[in-house]
Write a protein that binds this ligand. Structure first.
Ligand code: SF4
Length: 363
């Protein structure tokens, strides 16, 4: 049915630019290659999971090197996963253990609240030890290559964006229903059978739920591309845990400077953290970068964002320049955000993209 409403979801299958930026994603989607998290399960790490944090992290570093070698061999057809025995604990088991430990002094994101979420303490996001999901369904509104996308919306967020379009979910960490990794794994398997091109972790924000997401992937028996759809304010530790588990980082580069990030999302040190994470994600997997053009923010945000992408991720970086801003939630508290983005502002954004040499733009 989605093929009728969204013919672009079929056309994209033969789009050379999309395939150029997301070649492995397409191969996993079409069952030609296994998802990264399934490869991760086949990397034995040979450690007792009760070892010290330091030992676990150094084993994780070594495990990642083994993972990258195995992934290259699998992709070249030199090794077939089905011919390998799964040795426990695997690199993914180790990631699950490390994520559980982070939860006791939470630093999943760079707010680094340090609260013990296993003891009921809450940080800025307000998310508890267990994850809560507002909704999960086959999403038909994402980028064409992702549709249909089995999308899981977690309650709660690490940001406090005045302009959030999902504020009823993101600012309500107590809403939704509690879900276990086992339930999520079963839902993913069922939706893959129904034709989902990927599982898409979003919210709110997936970051406070990293421990549950990794555990769900560890339970999941099917191969399906995993898409990390996030504000990209993860801590370095979370980035390391994500390495080797996500096929696509669906990023959000909202602001071109720290002042706008603080003003609209109440977050410090935005630019340094988010650009660092984009570089790391680009080195690990494939990317689709989103940028929402805000009214009156083309020069301070859109221009530096697009310049940065072209300079650091290259002219072929798949970039979605989005026009759909609406002044919702608390956006009207800011005079410059009290209207929609104009056609002139979108034209200016696309002109900047051309000027800086971006060649793979979705708009
Ligand atoms: S995920 Fe939540 S509790 Fe953890 S550091 Fe970030 S805002 Fe704080």
């Amino acid at each position: 049915m989605w093929r009728i409403f969204r013919p672009d979801t079929v056309e994209v299958l033969s789009d050379e630019k999309a395939r150029g930026a997301l070649g492995r994603y397409f191969a996993v989607m079409e069952n030609m290659l296994p998802a990264r998290f399934q490869v991760c399960k086949h990397v034995g790490v040979g450690i007792d999971l009760s070892a010290s944090d330091e030992e676990l992290w150094s084993t994780h570093e070594r495990g990642l090197k083994k993972f990258r070698k195995l992934l290259a061999d699998v992709d070249k057809g030199k090794t077939k996963l089905k011919n390998l025995k799964q040795t426990e604990p695997s690199l993914l088991d180790l990631k699950v253990e490390l994520a559980k430990r982070i939860l006791r002094s939470c630093h999943f994101c760079e707010r680094r609240c340090g609260v013990d979420r296993t003891e009921g303490e809450k940080g800025t996001c307000g998310v508890g030890e267990r994850s809560r999901v507002a909704s999960e369904f086959m999403h038909h509104g994402e980028e064409p290559e992702l549709v249909p996308s089995y999308t899981i919306f977690f309650n709660g967020c690490t940001f406090k964006c005045c302009l959030c379009q999902n504020w009823d979910i993101s600012q309500d960490p107590k809403g939704g229903v509690e879900v276990s990794p086992q339930t999520l794994a079963k839902l993913i398997e069922a939706n893959r059978r129904e034709g989902a091109r990927n599982v898409n972790w979003v919210g709110g924000e997936p970051t406070p739920n990293l421990h549950v997401i990794l555990a769900a992937l560890n339970e999941c028996k099917t191969s399906i591309p995993s898409v990390w759809n996030s504000n990209f304010f993860m801590s370095l530790e979370s980035m390391k845990l994500l390495f080797g588990t996500q096929d696509v980082f669906l990023t959000d580069l909202k602001y071109g400077n720290d002042a706008c990030a603080l003003r609209y999302s109440k977050v410090n040190n935005y630019w340094e953290v988010v650009t660092r994470n984009h570089r790391l994600a680009y080195a690990d997997a494939e990317l689709i970068i989103r940028h929402l053009v805000l009214p009156n923010n083309v020069e301070c945000c859109t221009r530096p964002v697009l310049e940065w992408i072209a300079r650091n991720l290259g002219s072929t970086a798949r970039t979605n320049i989005m026009p759909q801003f609406r002044p919702e939630y608390k956006a009207r508290e800011f005079e410059e955000l009290r209207r929609r983005t104009t056609a002139d502002e979108m034209d200016a954004a696309l002109k900047i993209a051309r000027e800086v040499g971006l060649e793979n733009v979705i708009s």
